[in-house]
Every structure is written in C-alpha cells, then in structure tokens.
Design a protein around this ligand. Structure first.
Ligand SMILES: CC(=O)SCCNC(=O)CCNC(=O)[C@H](O)C(C)(C)COP(=O)(O)OP(=O)(O)OC[C@H]1O[C@@H](n2cnc3c(N)ncnc32)[C@H](O)[C@@H]1OP(=O)(O)O
Length: 146
C-alpha cells in the first residue's frame, strides 16, 4: 500500500490554489433563523488561510486584517463546504492569502457553486507575538528517494 509518510509530508507551493479545508455545515453552525452563520464561514476561511500562512511563514502567524469578505450565496445545513486558498502577496513580515469558498449540496457534485470570497492578511510572528521576517518561499514538491 502507498502510505503517506507523516514525518515527510509533501510540500506544495503556497502560491498555487490548495484545498485548505473541507467540512460539512452542521445544525450547530446556524444562526437564530436556521441559516448557516456568516461568522462560521469566516472562521473556516481564517483557519484554512492560516494553514497556507503557517506553511509560508514556517511557523506562528497572526491574522491582522480581513479584506473584502463577500458572501455570495447562502450555505445550507448538510452542504459540503470546501475552502481553497493561495498566497497572492508576500511582504517583509506579512502576506495576503486569497480565499474562495465553494459549497456542494450533498450528494450532487453538479450543485457545486461559490459561496464566498475574501482576502486575509497574516503576519509572521515570533514567540513574543512580534512581527518577524518571512523566510524564503519554499516551492514545489519535496522530492524523496524511494
Ligand atoms: C484581536 C484578535 O484577536 S484578531 C484575531 C487574531 N489576531 C490577532 O490577535 C493579531 C492582533 N494584532 C497583533 O498582534 C499585531 O497587530 C501584529 C503582531 C499582527 C502586527 O503588529 P504591528 O505592530 O501592527 O506590526 P507592523 O506595524 O510592523 O506591521 C507588520 C506587517 O503587517 C502589516 N499590517 C499591519 N496592519 C495591517 C492591516 N491592517 N492590513 C494589512 N497589513 C497590515 C504591515 O504592513 C507589515 O507588513 P510588512 O512587514 O510585510 O511590510
């Protein structure tokens, strides 16, 4: 069996779109009216974007800004929600991660549609929470000998 080696995971380029989170919207994620809460979707985007930022920063990051978060269509309980993310800007200590969220009415893959878009800015921080310089960008797959 071809098993993933957790000690040597594949490294993917953070500037290329990645599926950064995949989750089913649950009844606990609804607001008082029974619709999926916008804050829940924003939280999923922050978590997913954070994985790209942590990868690029090779360590701790803090969310410093959320820009242009657009809710394009409602998410319903039971929807399969996918968060795609890519880094679109790297500064000295900060970076911008573009987010697209798509939803699928289970079990119909044809129902897949975009429900949100946003740009998140993360800052690489040290142990004291102060900004630190971003390391050189690690791109492409890590090649391992069989
Ligand atoms: C309150 C909350 O719980 S929000 C959710 C979790 N997030 C946090 O807790 C973060 C709270 N904020 C912080 O701790 C601080 O603002 C920090 C550590 C993120 C940044 O500290 P600052 O003193 O603002 O750092 P500084 O002014 O040097 O800016 C650092 C970088 O962030 C960028 N930046 C700062 N504020 C913003 C902003 N509002 N929008 C975009 N970029 C910003 C700067 O341009 C700079 O980028 P660069 O180094 O690539 O040129």
């Amino acid at each position: 069996m071809d098993r993933m080696d957790p000690a040597n995971p594949p490294v993917t380029d953070p500037t290329i779109w990645q599926l950064a989170a995949r989750v089913v919207a649950m009844p606990a994620d609804t607001n008082a009216f029974g619709d999926i809460f916008g804050g829940w979707l924003l939280s999923q985007a922050d978590l997913a974007g954070g994985t790209i930022a942590i990868q690029a920063a090779q360590g701790r990051v803090a969310t410093v800004a959320v820009k242009e978060f657009q809710f394009l269509a409602p998410v319903l309980v039971g929807d399969l929600v996918e968060v795609f993310a890519r880094m679109i800007r790297a500064g000295k200590t900060s970076m911008t991660v573009e987010i697209q969220i798509w939803a699928q009415r289970e079990p119909d893959p044809q129902s897949r549609h975009q429900v949100a878009a946003a740009n998140f800015t993360y800052v690489a921080v040290d142990e004291q929470g102060s900004p630190r310089s971003l390391p050189p960008l690690e791109r492409g797959p890590r090649v391992t000998e069989a």
